[in-house]
Write a protein that binds this ligand. Sequence first.
Ligand SMILES: Cc1cc2nc3c(=O)[nH]c(=O)nc-3n(C[C@H](O)[C@H](O)[C@H](O)COP(=O)(O)OP(=O)(O)OC[C@H]3O[C@@H](n4cnc5c(N)ncnc54)[C@H](O)[C@@H]3O)c2cc1C
Length: 430
Amino acid sequence: MIGIIGGGISGLTLAYYLQKAGKEYVLLEASNRYGGCIHTDKDTGRELGPNTILEDEYVQGLIQDLQIEDDTIEANPISKDRFILKNGKIQKLPTHPLKLLTSRFFSWKTKRQILGELKKPYQAIENETIKDFFVRRFGQEVYDYAVNPFISGIYAGDPATLLIKEAFPQLVAYEKEYGSVIKGFKNNQSKARKRTLSFKKGLSYLPEAIAQALTQAYLHSPVTSIEAIEGKKYKLHTTQKEFTVSQLVFAIPAKATANLLSSLDPALSEKLRHTYYPPMTIVHTVVDRSKVKNLPQGFGVLHPKIENRFAAGTIWSSSIFPKEKESFMFTSFVGGSQYVAHATLDEEEIKTRLWEELKAMHQIPEESLKEQSVYKWDRAIPQYDMALSDAVAIIPSLEKDNIYICSNWYEGISLPACIKKGKELALRFC
Ligand SMILES: Cc1cc2nc3c(=O)[nH]c(=O)nc-3n(C[C@H](O)[C@H](O)[C@H](O)COP(=O)(O)OP(=O)(O)OC[C@H]3O[C@@H](n4cnc5c(N)ncnc54)[C@H](O)[C@@H]3O)c2cc1C
């Protein structure tokens, strides 16, 4: 039997495909709900974690297997427009490489640097940070106004500490294989249009649909300790029951894994303890549509660190998924590695400072505010930095002891990456 610890999207996908293949498994989830980071507030329908999922073949396959295509909602086409705050103004980020060169977003000097990337010699640099990689290949402005906010948006991270080889291994491979990141992109671009999705009942609908299909998944079952027994098997102790498993999969955060591994692999356990998850506060701000002249249209705006703002960025939720006729909702991200001090302020101060920023940025009148709500993640997203890189180097060697990792701190944090890892690990067991 395969024991899966953790009922987030990674563990659930793994369990689902094991069950589909007729494999024996048990999935143990500590809390009273499935989904982990995916968390739609049942009362308000607001997303407290991820807001959207980008459809790739694995996401599409899972949705089809679960027969929940009719429950999905696709983002408004306008939300393909993404914006960056530059010199205090909200500016559209050109996404197509040609438009990057023809638009006024970047200076001429930077445009020349972008073109020059095609011929820049390959350099093998060990443990290069995302910042150093992009400054080296594309120059400072691309880093400041495209990469920095993008990393803040995806990883809640600081590109000066995240490693390019861990966060974007394909870019390192492009430089090596094609001598240029742009050439690598061009040669590997998928023609398929990727849809940005959610579900009519919110993103939590996905983990709930998977869990509903599972016959051997248990809530309120925190694994409290693990005992190695003869024949490279393991006894999982929960607060209620014990399970003996022959393969063990950790689908839980790095620190929780470190705690459970302390008796099985003290060296890895010690390294994993240092994994950094910065705090992040999510603020939903609802305004009266009729009182605001020009509501923004698009996915949202990211704030480069150099612009020195309070929030890391804001998603224009009601533009992505127009639901309410009378109201418009902004979902803002306050925190992440580059804004730690902001995330940990008290709720009232966060609300006030954010509202001042939103009003000024979007010319919103004071009287249009209907409501604000705050949700705090003390530990949001694992940082793919030097400490984590050091720890994950050990992971392949665990397999000889029938121990596997299937979690967002190993080989990809996005929902599609977690779904892919879950399915691929299931296939390896079959
Ligand atoms: C604020 C935020 C916004 C995000 N936005 C996006 C986005 O827009 N798009 C995107 O693609 N990704 C986004 N992500 C990333 C994505 O949501 C996560 O990487 C992914 O959901 C992680 O899934 P997981 O199953 O690996 O881990 P988790 O979701 O962390 O699940 C782990 C589970 O393990 C359980 N557990 C812990 N300890 C134990 C134990 N001892 N015994 C049993 N169970 C245990 C937990 O309760 C939890 O349910 C976002 C993440 C956050 C936090």
